[in-house]
Design a protein around this ligand. Structure first.
Ligand SMILES: Cc1ncc(C[n+]2csc(CCOP(=O)(O)OP(=O)(O)O)c2C)c(N)n1
Ligand SMILES: [Mg+2]
Length: 624
C-alpha cells in the first residue's frame, strides 16, 4: 500500500481539496475553501496545513481570513445557499471562544438545511498539561469540552481523539454534507495536539472522490395517494419552500402550476421559486404574507407543501389554513418535514416528485374560476405594493420606499440579502422576484449579524452577480466587521444601511403585546432613569468608512436612488446610508403570529393585548 506521511491538519486539507459533488451529470468542487481565524488551537495544525496548500503549485484549498468566527460561518452558509448546496466552505477556529463563537452559525446552518464544515480546535487529547489555555474543565468528565455544545446544533459531530479515526470521520462528514435530507452543520472537533501529529496515510484517502447528490424518486404508492387528494380539491394551493430552489425545480414548479391551474404561495426560503409577475404566483404566505396568498390559504381545501418545513411564519402560527377539512400533501426530501401537518407524505426530491405527480394527475385541472380568483387577488396586491413603493413618507422615508428603489434599480440576476429586523417581513411581502437565486433572506434562524457576512459569502459564490445587503442599524451594530474581509478580498457588496435608531420590528411587536416598545430604541438614559432620552450619536456611515468602505450618505428617497446607481457603478464595497421612519410600517398581511402575552399584568396596555391574544389564539388549529 502506498502511503503519504502527513500531519492530521495537512491530511484534512489535502482530503478536502479532492472532494467533488455531482448532480444531473454536472460536477462541482465540494469544498471550495476554508475560512479561518487562528489561535493556539489550530495555528500549528490546520493553519500549517493551509499554508502548505497555499504554497503548493496546484493551490490546494483556498484560505480566507475572517474577523469573527460566527460571521465566517454565516458567510460559508450563504455561500452554500447561493450554490444550491452543491458546494460549501469549511471553517477552522482555535479552541474555546473561537470555537463557541461558531455555535450560533452551526445552528443557523442546521435550521436552514445548508451545508457547512466546522473544524473547531479542541483540548489536548493527551491531557498531559491540562488545563490548556481556554479549557473549560468539567468536574463530571475529562472528555468534555466546550465543543460538546456543537452536538445539538450539528447534523454530524465527531471528535478525532486519535489520528486513526480521521478517515472514517472525514468520509462520514462528506456523506452528511451532501445528503439533501440530512445536510446542515457538520463538526469535526480536532484536539490541538492531534492536529500536529503525523501518520502514514494510505494514498487512497486523498484520491478524487465524487459525492453524488440524488434525485430521490417518490414511492409510487405515495404519489397515488397524493394524486387522489389533489384530484378531490376544489381550491388547491401550493406552498413553495426553499427545497424547490435547492433542487433546481423552479421550472418544474411553474409547469406543474400552469398545467393544473394551481396558485403558488411562497415561504421566505421559497420566495424566489417563481417570478412575482407570473399570473399564478400569489407571493409570500403566512404571517408576513400577501393578502392574496393568505386569502387563498384561508379557503384552501388542499395545500401542497413543496420543500417547506412549515414554520410558524408560513402557517401564521397554524391559523392561516382555516378550512375545517383542509388536507396537506407534503413533498419533501426529508421524511421529518414530509410528515408534518398530518400530510400525505411524498418523501422525494422536489423535481422528481413534481414530475411523477404531474403524470398521476394527467387530465385533471383545478376549476378555472379558482385560477381567475388568484390572478385577481394578485393584481390587487400588486397595486398595494406599488402604493407602498411610492408613499413619499415625510420627513423621513418609509422602509417600503427603500425596498422599492432597490427593487427598481437592481437587475434581473442581482441578489437581495437580509436576515433580521422588520426588513425580512417587508421584503417577503413587497420584493418583486425575478431570478430564483435573487432572493436570499435567512429566516430559519433570522440571525442579526448574518447580513454583511452572508453578503460576503453570496458574492464569493456568485462573483458575477451584484449583491445588495439590506441591514438595519441593530444588525449592523451586532456584526458589521466582515466589511473588512470584503475590502480585503476585493469582493464588492452594495450595503444598504437602514437606520431607524433601534428595533422597529421588536418595537412594533412590543407594542402589539402591550409592552410599550420597552427597550427597543437606541436612546440615552434620561434623568428619570429610563432609556427615553435623545437619539444616540452613533454614526454608522462613519463607522463603515473607517473600515475601508466607500460610503454614500442620503437623506431623501431621490438622493437614495441616485446613490444606489452610483454604488452600482463603483468597483468596490459601497455602503448607502439612509434614515427611515420606524413607525411607517408595510401594508398588513391580514395574518397573525403567536407571541404569548403576559396572562396577568399591572399595565392596562398588557391586559388589553392579552384579551386580543386570547381571541386570536382561539383560531389556532392542530392539523391532526
Ligand atoms: C442575534 C439576534 N438577537 C436578537 C434577535 C431578536 N431581534 C429580531 S429583530 C431585532 C431588531 C433588529 O434591529 P434592526 O436591525 O435595527 O432592524 P429593525 O427592527 O429596526 O428593522 C431583534 C433584537 C435576533 N433576531 N437575532
Ligand atoms: Mg433598526
Amino acid at each position: 500500500m502506498t502511503t503519504v506521511r502527513l500531519t492530521v491538519g495537512q491530511a484534512v486539507v489535502r482530503f478536502l481539496a479532492a472532494q467533488r459533488s455531482e448532480r444531473d451529470g454536472t460536477q462541482h468542487r465540494l469544498i471550495e475553501g476554508c475560512f479561518g481565524i487562528f489561535g493556539h488551537g489550530n495555528v500549528a495544525g490546520l493553519g500549517q496545513g493551509l499554508l502548505e496548500a497555499e504554497l503548493a503549485p496546484d493551490g490546494g484549498l483556498r484560505y480566507l481570513q475572517a474577523r469573527n468566527e460566527q460571521a465566517m460561518v454565516h458567510a460559508a452558509v450563504a455561500f452554500a445557499r447561493t450554490r444550491n448546496r452543491m458546494s460549501a466552505l469549511a471553517c477552522t477556529s482555535s479552541v474555546g471562544p473561537g470555537a463557541t463563537n461558531m455555535v450560533t452559525g452551526a445552528a443557523l446552518a442546521t435550521i436552514n438545511r445548508l451545508p457547512v464544515l466546522l473544524l473547531p480546535g479542541d483540548i489536548f487529547a493527551t491531557r498531559v498539561a491540562d488545563p490548556v489555555l481556554q479549557q473549560l474543565e468539567h468536574p463530571s468528565g475529562q472528555d468534555i469540552s466546550v465543543n460538546d455544545a456543537f452536538r445539538p446544533v450539528s447534523r454530524f459531530f465527531d471528535r478525532i481523539w486519535r489520528p486513526e479515526q480521521l478517515p472514517s470521520a472525514l468520509l462520514a462528514a462528506m456523506r452528511v454534507l451532501t445528503d439533501p435530507a440530512e445536510t446542515g452543520a457538520v463538526t469535526l472537533a480536532l484536539p490541538q495536539d492531534v492536529q500536529a501529529e503525523a501518520r502514514d496515510w494510505p494514498a487512497e484517502l486523498f484520491r478524487e472522490r465524487v459525492w453524488h447528490i440524488p434525485r430521490t424518486p417518490p414511492d409510487p404508492a405515495a404519489v397515488a395517494r397524493a394524486a387522489e387528494v389533489i384530484r378531490s380539491a376544489r381550491r388547491p394551493l401550493i406552498v413553495a419552500g426553499g427545497g424547490v430552489i435547492y433542487s433546481e425545480a423552479t421550472q418544474a414548479l411553474k409547469s406543474f402550476a400552469e398545467t393544473f391551474g394551481i396558485p403558488v404561495g411562497q415561504t421566505q426560503a421559497g420566495k424566489g421559486t417563481m417570478r412575482s409577475d407570473d399570473p399564478l404566483c400569489v407571493g409570500a404566505i403566512g404571517a408576513t404574507g400577501t393578502t392574496a396568498a393568505n386569502e387563498l390559504a384561508v379557503r384552501a381545501d388542499v395545500v401542497i407543501g413543496i420543500g417547506t418545513r412549515w414554520s410558524d411564519f408560513t402557517t401564521a402560527s397554524r391559523t392561516v389554513f382555516a378550512e375545517p377539512g383542509v388536507r396537506f400533501v407534503n413533498i419533501n426530501v426529508a421524511s421529518f418535514d414530509a410528515a408534518k401537518q398530518s400530510g400525505v407524505a411524498a418523501v422525494a426530491d422536489a423535481r422528481a416528485a413534481l414530475d411523477a405527480l404531474a403524470l398521476a394527475l394527467a387530465g385533471w385541472r383545478a376549476e378555472p374560476a379558482h385560477r381567475a380568483l388568484a390572478a385577481e387577488l394578485s393584481d390587487r396586491w400588486q397595486a398595494t405594493v406599488e402604493a407602498a413603493y411610492t408613499t413619499r413618507h415625510q420627513p423621513r422615508p418609509a422602509q417600503a420606499e427603500v425596498i422599492g428603489v432597490v427593487n427598481e434599480v437592481s437587475g434581473e440576476r442581482d441578489i437581495v440579502l437580509c436576515a433580521a429586523g422588520s426588513m425580512p417581513g417587508d421584503l417577503h411581502k413587497l420584493w418583486r422576484t425575478r431570478d430564483p437565486g435573487g432572493y436570499h433572506v435567512e429566516y430559519g434562524y433570522s440571525c442579526m449579524g448574518y447580513e454583511i457576512a452572508g453578503g460576503l459569502g453570496a458574492k464569493l459564490a456568485a462573483p458575477d452577480r451584484e449583491v445588495f445587503v439590506m441591514v438595519g442599524d441593530g444588525s449592523y451594530l451586532m456584526m458589521a466587521t466582515e466589511l473588512v474581509t470584503a475590502v480585503q478580498e476585493g469582493v464588492k457588496l452594495i450595503v444598504v444601511c437602514v437606520d431607524n435608531h433601534g428595533f422597529a420590528s421588536i418595537g412594533n411587536l412590543s407594542e402589539s403585546v402591550g409592552s410599550q416598545r420597552f427597550g427597543t430604541s437606541y436612546r440615552y438614559r434620561s434623568p428619570d432613569g429610563r432609556l427615553d432620552g435623545g437619539v444616540l450619536p452613533v454614526d454608522l456611515a462613519a463607522n463603515a468608512a473607517s473600515l475601508g468602505v466607500y460610503v454614500l450618505r442620503t437623506r431623501t428617497i431621490e438622493e437614495f436612488r441616485r446613490a444606489l446607481v452610483k454604488a452600482q457603478a463603483a468597483d468596490r464595497t459601497t455602503l448607502v446610508y439612509i434614515e427611515t421612519d420606524p413607525t411607517a410600517g408595510a401594508p398588513s398581511s391580514d395574518a397573525w403570529w403567536d407571541v404569548p402575552v403576559a396572562e396577568v399584568a399591572a399595565l392596562a396596555s398588557t391586559r388589553d393585548a392579552r384579551a386580543a391574544y386570547e381571541k386570536a389564539k382561539a383560531r389556532q388549529r392542530p392539523y391532526l
